[in-house]
Design a protein around this ligand. Structure first.
Ligand code: IVH
Length: 693
């Protein structure tokens, strides 16, 4: 991006952000989610860091929070209330540590991690142990005095607790004894009590449950607990604040009472009567990542809303020496949870040609973190979807993840257009083979009319070598692409003719790996079963299950080749459409040739599968749906699937309500958790083998 582009982008972002802020804060309306708005702010912040000369006083990044309201007294913060720079990934966390290490090469860094509470920042001043003044952050330098409102919050002590003399718990009251203080508490109580002046900072918040109940009473006026908490504190009438279930969590002790670490501040704060929560010292980046993941797991169960964690350099002296850049200390980061939505740019719209000849437009995106993964592509499905979104190449878009998995473009932000965006039109000819493209009446998809399309062939290759088909180890899409590009193969039958010498000249192919590849291709010739062979042909609508049905019915590829539509329909589960597809597939000369060529190059169909109904309804597997997760000792997952099929069961890949059993090997993935949640029967390998044999 040129400097001029950056300037224009900054101006546009500022306009759009302030528009949405106005909608949200003044008109109580929301056109884009708070996460999407944050994402735009983050982009603006980063651009401004890169080009500080374009920072203007009215930029949303320069407003830490709202300006003091006319009705409140203004309070100057002796030490400014700063902000924290956001990071979203382990990589950004490591970059931060590298940056710290560059500044202080001989230091080892210890960190303190704590939840990032989604509330309203507050400063509390105690004089001689008594709560005197409470203020909002305001613009970071000057806040509003809201003492009366804060006094109504019970979790804010009106008088500090004396760590030396307090009775520890009821049992001790009963025994009328003082608990012996542990070594740290001695340290905490080393300071003069009460301190002449003490400043504590933290977050006023409302618990999620209280927010729901209370917001209902207010007619759903507030979008989230943070806004309701903020709205309650900034009321001129303290009775309003008093009537709302507000709480306070402390995270910072500003006054130096002799503490050397931020972790000690948390302990002292507790001793003085403040609530702090879930803080932990971590010695390295892996520890921080683990903490962040654990907190993410707890997130929903927590009573209050958080949007990530805060990580600080634990050594206070070092933290000071690291200093401040802009409005944020260098020694602290908000390690946030990846937002469920983010904004990014559409770099291009490409068209993929699938194995069935369908053309699918795909948006190529500037990579962005969404819901825990980096997203760089999102399907646009078809022409209608492109029209519905009104998307152009170069647009800024909001990306989410449909059903929490597949990246999805939710909305285009046309306000951010520069005029250079380009309209996308579906190609009239196939981008790969140049044949005519048609959109069938009544259908949304465009199809390449050339069944011999290069792309279709390519996809057919991937399918042919895949695990449930010929299962050729070491022959992935990248190598196939190279083989095709070099003109070494144009039909899967050509694979079996490949020699080491053909492959070795290809870039980055060593002699040994070329030899291994040829061996692995040759091996696959003798172990393919009829059902795998049929599946490998890539006939539209013929999945693994249908291939097995066909294999067991015909027992011979030559019989299948000449089967009539009526004949095919005799097979249970094969209806009109599938029968027609299979029949038409075998009528095409090039397909007949493929089958003949495969036999000619020496493919031996290994065995005829046992009938599916072996053990029939008496087998516990018959008719049941299985998911296998993790690795099994005695067989590969593919073998397990084959065995389940042989006994009339249905192996599938994703756990859902329809799954009957989850077979668990070592190192199972998230499927185990999901199955537990859905109450699906879970069995180990031993139990599974008992069912099989
Ligand atoms: S420490 C330099 N700790 O997040 C600022 N802040 O985005 C030091 N916040 O102004 C603040 N939870 O309102 C800190 N555990 C936590 C926090 C926290 C929430 C808020 C706070 C701060 C804002 C910065």
């Amino acid at each position: 991006m040129t400097k001029q582009d950056a300037q224009q982008r900054i101006e546009k972002l500022k306009k759009v952000i302030s528009h949405h802020r106005y909608l949200y804060h003044v008109l109580d309306r929301q056109e884009i989610s708070p996460e999407a708005l944050d994402s735009l702010k983050h982009e603006l912040y980063q651009l401004e860091q890169q080009y500080p000369e374009f920072i203007t006083i009215d930029s949303p990044t320069q407003r830490v929070a709202g300006k003091p309201l006319g009705g409140f007294k203004k309070v100057e913060h002796a030490i400014p209330m700063l902000s924290i720079e956001d990071i979203f990934s382990e990589k950004e966390l490591r970059d931060w540590e590298n940056y710290l290490e560059k500044l202080f090469p001989n230091q080892t860094f210890e960190y303190f991690c704590e939840p990032k509470i989604d509330g309203f920042a507050i400063s509390l001043i105690y004089k001689n142990g008594v709560f005197i003044t409470g203020s909002t952050r305001g613009d970071g330098k000057i806040g509003e005095e809201v003492t009366q409102n804060l006094r109504t919050i019970e979790s804010i002590p009106l008088r500090l607790r004396n760590p030396k003399y307090e009775i520890r718990n009821t049992k001790q009251i009963l025994n009328n004894k003082f608990k012996i203080l542990n070594s740290f508490e001695f340290r905490a109580s080393n300071f003069e009590f009460p301190p002449a002046e003490l400043e504590v900072r933290g977050e006023v918040y409302m618990e999620k449950k209280d927010f729901e109940d209370f917001n209902k009473k207010l007619g759903g006026k507030y979008a989230n607990p943070r806004n309701l908490a903020a709205g309650s504190i900034r009321q001129l009438n303290p009775k309003i604040a008093a009537s709302r279930p507000l709480k306070f969590l402390a995270y910072d002790l500003i006054t130096n009472l002799g503490q050397k670490k931020h972790s000690e501040e948390h302990q002292i704060l507790k001793e003085l009567g403040f609530k702090t929560d879930l803080g932990k010292v971590c010695n390295n980046i892996s520890g921080i990542v683990y903490y962040w993941q654990e907190i993410a797991k707890k997130r929903n169960a927590l009573l209050y809303q958080i949007d990530g964690t805060v990580v600080s350099v634990n050594d206070n002296a070092l933290f000071e020496r690291l200093g401040v850049i802009g409005k944020s200390p260098r020694g602290i980061r908000a390690f946030k949870f990846s937002p469920e939505q983010a904004t990014t740019k559409v770099l291009d719209i490409k068209v993929q040609v699938g194995r069935t000849g369908t053309l699918t437009p795909v948006a190529v995106l500037e990579p962005v973190g969404v819901g825990g993964v980096t997203v760089s592509r999102a399907t646009l499905h078809n022409e209608d979807e492109i029209k519905r979104l009104g998307i152009k190449i170069g647009d800024t878009v909001i990306v989410g993840r449909a059903g929490d998995v597949i990246p999805d473009i939710i909305k285009v932000l046309p306000e951010l257009r520069t005029g250079k965006e380009m309209v996308f039109v579906m190609p009239r000819v196939c981008p790969v083979c140049g044949s005519k493209v048609v959109r069938k009446p009544g259908e949304a998809r465009h199809m390449c009319t050339n069944t011999g399309c290069f792309a279709i062939q390519r996809e057919n290759f991937y399918h042919f070598v895949s695990r449930p088909a010929f299962d050729i180890k070491g022959l992935g899409p990248k190598i196939i692409d190279r083989l095709i590009d070099e003109g070494l193969v144009s039909s899967p039958a050509d694979l079996f003719k490949l020699e080491e010498g053909d492959i070795m000249p290809l870039e980055r192919f060593a002699e040994k790996s070329a030899g291994n590849l040829v061996e692995s291709i040759q091996n696959s010739k003798n172990k393919v079963t009829l059902s795998r062979f049929i599946f490998a042909l890539g006939i539209h609508h013929v999945g693994e299950e249908t291939a097995l049905d066909l294999a067991q019915y015909f027992r011979d590829i030559n019989k299948l080749k000449i089967a009539s539509k009526e004949g095919l329909k005799q097979i249970p589960d094969i209806g009109n459409v599938v029968a027609k597809n299979i029949y038409s597939w075998f009528r095409l000369k090039k397909n007949q040739k493929l089958v003949d060529d495969l036999v000619e190059v020496g493919v031996r169909i290994a065995e005829v599968e046992l009938p599916r109904t072996r053990g029939s309804s008496t087998s516990a597997i018959y008719g049941k749906t299985f998911v296998v997760t993790g690795s099994l000792e005695s067989m590969s997952r593919q073998e397990a699937h084959d065995k389940i099929r042989m006994l009339g069961g249905h192996p599938i890949s994703a756990v859902s309500k329809k799954t009957d059993y989850l077979v668990v090997g070592t190192e199972p993935g998230s499927k185990l958790e999901k199955a537990k949640k859905l109450g699906i029967k879970i069995m180990g390998e031993g139990e599974f083998l008992e069912l099989l044999y």
